[in-house]
Design a protein around this ligand. Structure first.
Ligand code: ADP
Ligand code: ZN
Ligand code: ZN
Length: 746
């Protein structure tokens, strides 16, 4: 017996199968991970993709499989097929595509047992500082102490320490001997549900809209066929539809996947599913520890769970008999993996459904242009829920023209209307949410005399002022710098802060309402594990009355007591040089507004803008998705943008500007030559350009790009394939990547 193996080496030259003999007594099947000798390497991991009875190579050239890594196939047949699709569709090696199919730590046997060794700092961090200072000749020991002193609870699993610092067994033993550190064996349960509160899990009676949607959806689930787009306004009760559909799926002995943008951002969805499905639900997301991730994966693979909830990569959940895949907030960019292996989880969801006999359900209050266009063509069946649960009204949106406020002498970040609405809400004993799309205090710092703007010296972006540590920080690379007291350009002392961030808004609320407890949610306040869940629970319990936050509070949150939402600056996003900026603005404004008035008291939204006539702002203020969709599609068509066209780029990043530029120019010449040889493609090309990226430098690397705009026709994939191939050809000193309809063009 022979087997065909893809070895776990992501290199073009070995991007094909190799044949091995299966020794007597070893049982091997497709999808199994094996260890094989390879070239001069004694043992390389690989995945069996096919079995063969015979082999046409001379027997002495065929080597034996060394052993199997698990006694079951880690990659299910359907996922093996999916890996092939990604390999072909995104021009990555099959080895790269296969790596998506099981947790990274299963490779190279990095899985730890259920008991883990943990290193605990036993001395005070201040004492540790002194010890560190004394360890000049033992830098590894000092590094271990520093890592422990900085870790939550002053302890770290030894494998995490090793991952961070390299081998550190001996230093740990020495530190234990000296009495600075204690090593403990701990049973690790690794359940990711630790802090989650339990909700009562009674089924509500369905609303008429929910019942109608389910009457179309459930028969499709039973038949195992169909693709739907559920367009339901915020608060229309989409989650209950998901739950009922998943339950029907389970009753039929099938399984389901629920994709959410980023699970840490939508803990409520997890909560609802856990309270209704208990142990039958598994959660996969980026904040799980490697051990938790591996344990959840195994639970799924063993067939112990009925439904998997997770971010983008949960589309690779090793479930059998998939009967339903739901993509919630389907318009979110986070479903696209930009870098190799590049994929769009929504497309993979469709492929999995078609292949495995499942139903696809995309859902959003603000569907993506592409999906709504597909529904218009009949490629997706449109389901609608135009009203909120129990006919609660959509919140009333008041647009405030901030230019008018300025004219009337109001220079503060809040308009008169926002302050009075907030006061009325607080007086009524309700809660409010204020949305700001930038974190920090001021978004840039500039000289009033000469206009100089402080930018990061590693990135071509302005630095943000953070009041908590009175420093400037770069949001691209994290670099910090002190605030200049005089202008480095002209020596003027008139340094001024511009642009409003979350810290500034929080300060302003505290100034106006000194007795009202506030809570700020942005990347800076939610870095630690579970911080998110803790803050959301605190707000739900009413411990804070005003929540101030960025994008992360816009989605999926359901707080019955929130009656007022303030959008402090609606249009910063509109000015981004990206063809999707209007769409993103519309989505965000609609989603944020949708947080208000979800229970019995009606909601009010104050939308502050400098551009009240903009069609995205205007449509969002009326929450009129269709009007926005039609206007936006008209503009996309006129300007040849997706979904009418494909945008692709080769991004070249190098320390040296000239290297990035010359790599881009060379790629450009090759693309020109490619098109010159293909008359039939030329008529589809709308633009092919080489230029510096809008953000010329990030983390010290200069950035150039070749961009292609081409009609979205099947034959044009060949051009994208060429770009991908060029991006995979190594250029010394320069990193190249190919992106298609990338989530950011910056
Ligand atoms: P969406 O995701 O569409 O914005 P949700 O699923 O969050 O809406 O539902 C909005 C609110 O309505 C939630 O508080 C939910 O518990 C409630 N709800 C949903 N369906 C029902 C129902 N059939 N009866 C009563 N309340 C419901
Ligand atoms: Zn100056
Ligand atoms: Zn920077």
């Amino acid at each position: 017996m022979f087997c065909q193996v893809i070895v776990d080496i992501a290199h073009e030259d070995v991007d094909h199968v190799f044949t091995y003999r299966v020794p007597e007594g070893m049982s091997v099947c497709p999808g199994m991970r094996v260890r094989v000798p390879f070239g001069r390497m004694r043992a390389v991991e690989g995945v069996v993709v096919e079995m063969a009875q015979a082999c046409d190579l001379p027997p002495e050239r065929v080597r034996d499989v060394t052993d199997t890594l698990e006694d079951y196939p880690a990659v299910l047949p359907a996922l093996l097929a999916l890996a092939q699709d990604i390999h072909r569709g995104s021009f990555c090696t099959l080895a790269q595509a296969l790596r998506l199919m099981f947790p990274a730590q299963m490779r190279g046997e990095r899985v730890s047992d259920r008991t883990r060794e943990v290193a605990v700092l036993t001395i005070d961090p201040a004492v540790a500082e002194q010890v560190i200072a004394a360890q000049k000749r033992a830098p590894k020991r000092a590094a271990v102490l520093r890592a422990l002193a900085g870790a939550p609870g002053r302890e770290m699993p030894c494998d995490a320490l090793r991952a961070q610092l390299g081998a550190c067994r001996d230093p740990l033993l020495a530190l234990q001997k000296a009495g600075f550190v204690r090593l403990e064996q701990r049973e690790s349960l690794r359940t990711p549900y630790g802090e989650m509160e339990r909700l009562a899990a009674e089924d509500p009676a369905l609303t008429a809209q929910q019942a109608k949607v389910l009457s179309q959806l459930l028969p499709a689930v039973e038949a195992g066929r169909g693709a739907f787009l559920l367009y339901g306004v915020t608060g229309s009760g989409k989650t209950e539809v998901f739950i009922r559909a998943v339950r029907r799926c389970a009753q039929l002995g099938k399984t389901a996947i629920v994709l959410v943008p980023e699970i840490a951002l939508t803990p409520q969805m997890v909560l609802w599913f856990r309270s209704r499905f208990g142990e039958d639900a598994a959660v996969l997301h980026s904040r799980l520890s490697p051990g938790e991730r591996y344990d959840e994966w195994r639970r799924i693979r063993r067939g112990d769970v009925r439904v998997v909830i997770g971010a983008r990569s949960a589309i690779f959940a090793p479930l059998e008999r998939v009967g339903l895949i739901i993509v919630d907030e389907e318009h979110e960019q986070s479903y696209i993996a930009d870098n190799a292996p590049r994929y769009d989880a929504r497309d993979l969801a469709r492929i999995r459904c078609e292949r495995e006999g499942g139903v696809l359900l995309l859902a959003s209050a603000t569907p993506s242009m592409r999906s709504f266009a597909l529904a218009g063509r009949g490629d997706l069946t449109l389901l609608e829920m135009p009203r909120r649960v129990n006919d609660r009204p959509l919140p009333e949106v008041h647009v405030v023209d901030m230019r008018e406020e300025l004219r009337q002498g109001n220079r503060s970040v809040f308009s008169g209307a926002l302050v009075s609405s907030l006061r009325a809400c607080l007086d009524a004993g309700k809660q409010a949410i204020l949305f700001v799309n930038r974190r920090g205090y001021a978004t840039f710092v500039s000289c009033r005399s000469c206009g100089y703007v402080v930018t990061c010296d590693q990135c071509d972006v302005s630095m943000t002022y953070h009041s908590a540590d009175d420093a400037l920080r770069c949001h691209y690379c994290g670099r910090e710098a002190p605030v200049p007291t005089v202008c480095p350009e002209c020596g003027s002392p008139y340094i001024k802060y511009f642009g409003v961030g979350t810290q500034r808004v929080e300060e302003e609320v505290r100034r106006l309402f000194p007795d009202v407890p506030t809570l700020r949610m942005d990347i800076d306040t939610t870095r630690t594990k579970d911080a998110h869940e803790r803050m959301l629970s605190a707000f739900r319990r009413g411990e804070a009355r005003v929540m101030i936050g960025t994008q992360m509070i816009a989605k999926g949150l359901d707080f019955p007591n929130v009656t007022m939402v303030g959008i402090v600056a609606a249009d910063a996003m509109l000015r981004l040089p990206d063809y999707r900026s209007a769409e993103r603005t519309f989505q965000l404004l609609t989603q944020v507004a949708g947080r208000a008035g979800r229970a019995d008291s009606p909601g009010e939204v104050i939308l502050q803008t400098y551009d009240p006539a903009h069609y995205a702002v205007e449509a969002a203020s009326r929450q009129d998705y269709r009007a926005f969709f039609e206007e936006e599609m008209r503009r996309r068509k006129a300007a040849y943008y997706p979904p009418y066209t494909l945008l692709a780029r080769i991004l070249c990043e190098a320390q040296d500007e000239a290297a990035a530029q010359s790599a881009a120019q060379s790629a450009m010449r090759q693309m020109e030559a490619f098109f010159a040889r293909r008359q039939y493609l030329q008529k589809y090309v709308l633009a092919l350009r080489v230029m510096a990226c809008p953000v010329r430098r990030i983390k010290g690397k200069s950035r150039w790009q070749v961009t292609l705009k081409i009609v979205d026709q099947p034959v044009c994939q060949e051009a994208v394939g060429k770009m991908s191939e060029l991006a995979q050809t190594p250029v010394p000193g320069c990193a190249l990547v190919c992106q298609v309809n990338p989530s950011s063009m910056m």
